[in-house]
Design a protein around this ligand. Structure first.
Ligand code: TXE
Length: 485
């Protein structure tokens, strides 16, 4: 690699059993920079044979040194990976910005979050305890938390570092050996993370990385009989394919499938506090966030003011190349721009309250789109129900608390929700009523909080990641009943 090339490793290789090797087919895929449409580099086009080799290498690690390590030793390695990620944070941020198109500051925040996952999980490794259970006379009964074995991780392109941290980090912490299939659109930081993990002393085979196309490497991973748990983050249709393939091997899955997360703003809300969260939760990462808040439900008494202030904020948003570190970068790809543009066309009958601006010098080949705020949107409109996964938010007016809950709960999804109100009773009441895996009160945490259990209900998926719940999810409970008289 040349000195000016920010990629400090060979991106065309897979990591299998501690060795960096090309795909067995010898084939590669292009990685495209969404800021200008240019080719970044080639990556391996892994296939079923590479996945099979990776699963075997992972199983060998489970049967070898990695499988014999104590929780304390594993925790030290994961913590050391986190420390190295901090050392590499600036370089990781450049890779993520280039690959995903997210502004440099957001990419750096993702690198810090990756480190934070490693710190949190690493520190927790020896604190996941079993129970002793009172039982019949003459017995001692206790539980053990054991790894599943070989875990498969299919990661999307929107937050590669964060999702690898929360999923692979937790799996390794609990002593599983992981096979990671990053997204074909963005996988530089997955490869970088693997290099860093090896540098930190992770034993060979504990982490294996096979880039490739979803229908090839991804499908091979989910169907492989040597996999004992699958963690998937992505779309609903692909999640269904993953769960179906896993069911054939009776393998547990964690699915995180996005959402249509609402923020409920009541007349008594502190609007000064709410405004930045209302806008940012829709615009962060150009709206390509599983927990993006794409629906803003506002009570009539403050509706006009919220609309006016959000419109002002939108008009000030500038969109441009990731390296310029503006408020927003391009979407991940021309394909994603097409998907989001399709939704914008469906909104032709709606009122646009405001749009941001793509800077004039943004390359025409980049996947840029103006962020758009729609006003007065009926709760049953396609733009108010479907996940758009782009910089689009809808404002929906409501009159009563009951109506707000009904609209909030009316989509197929249930990932995150927030309540903006000073009324404590209402906060508690609605926290229970809202269909969501996470409810924020007077704040909103899109993709934040490594300590906070995270996951959805309904079509947002099932299983919980982050926090100690992730460690429970990446382990299985064994009950030991000893009779000693
Ligand atoms: O998702 P896919 P795509 C949603 C979002 C977006 C839409 C399409 O609405 O517009 O999905 O994005 C791998 N077996 N989200 O096409 O197909 C693929 O290689 C196994 C929400 O990128 O779900 C990639 O690694 N794996 C979401 C990963 O699945 C397969 C994040 C995600 O791709 C596979 C991303 C198969 N048959 C998109 N096909 C979120 N929850 O944050 C693909 N893959």
């Amino acid at each position: 690699m040349s000195e000016t090339n920010p990629i400090w490793f060979d991106p065309t290789l897979c990591l299998i059993g501690g060795k960096w090797v090309p795909a067995q087919s010898g084939e590669t895929l292009p990685l495209v920079n969404p800021s200008d449409g240019s080719a970044i580099c080639q990556i391996a086009r892994g296939g079923a044979a590479d996945i099979d080799a990776a699963v075997q290498a992972a199983q060998a690690a489970m049967d070898g040194d990695w499988g014999r390590m104590t929780a304390l030793e594993r925790g030290r390695i994961i913590t050391r990976i986190g420390q190295l990620v901090l050392d590499y944070a600036d370089r990781l941020a450049v890779l993520e910005a280039m690959d995903v198109g997210k502004p440099l500051t957001q990419a750096r925040a993702d690198a810090i979050a990756l480190a934070r996952y490693c710190e949190f999980y690493g520190g927790a490794a020896d604190k996941v305890h079993g129970q002793t259970i009172p039982f019949m006379e003459g017995y001692t009964v206790y539980t053990l938390r054991e790894p599943h074995g070989v875990t498969g991780h299919i990661v999307p392109w929107n937050y590669p570092m964060q999702i690898i941290g929360r999923s692979v980090g937790a799996a390794l912490t609990m002593g599983n050996a992981a096979v990671l299939k990053p997204a074909e659109e963005a996988c530089l930081t997955a490869l970088a993370f693997a290099h860093i993990a090896m540098e930190a002393g992770l034993p060979a085979g504990a982490l294996n990385v096979v880039p490739g196309i979803g229908a090839e490497a991804g499908a091979a991973l989910t169907a492989h009989p040597g996999i004992h748990h699958i963690s998937f983050t992505g779309s609903v249709p692909t999640g269904i394919l993953v769960q179906t393939a896993a069911a054939k091997n009776v393998v547990p899955v964690t699915l995180e499938l996005g959402g249509k997360s609402p923020q409920l703003v009541f007349d008594d809300a502190d609007l000064d506090a709410a405004l930045p969260f209302l806008v940012n939760a829709g615009c962060q990462n150009a709206g390509q966030t599983c927990s993006a808040s794409s629906r803003i439900l506002v009570q009539r008494g403050v509706y006009d003011e919220v609309k006016r202030r959000m419109a002002e904020a939108y008009a000030a948003i500038t969109v441009g190349p990731a390296m310029e570190d503006l408020r927003m970068g391009p979407l991940i790809s021309a394909r994603q721009k097409e998907i989001v543009s399709g939704f914008l066309a469906k909104g032709a009958d709606l009122t646009i309250a405001a749009q941001g601006e793509v800077v004039g010098h943004a390359p025409a080949e980049g996947a840029y789109l103006c962020p758009t705020l729609f006003a007065d949107v009926p709760g049953d409109h396609a733009l108010a129900r479907d996940e758009i996964f782009g910089p689009v938010q809808v404002l929906i007016p409501f009159d009563t608390e009951e109506e707000a809950v009904q609209i909030a709960n009316s989509t197929d999804y249930g990932l995150v929700a927030s309540i903006w109100s000073r009324d404590g009773s209402r906060q508690m009441r609605l926290a229970k009523k809202l269909h969501a895996g996470q409810v924020f009160i007077n704040n909103y945490g899109a993709a934040g909080g490594v300590e906070l259990p995270f996951g959805g209900v309904g079509k947002s998926g099932h299983g919980r990641e982050k926090g100690f719940e992730a460690l429970y999810g990446f382990s299985q409970l064994k009950t030991v009943a000893a009779y000693h008289g």
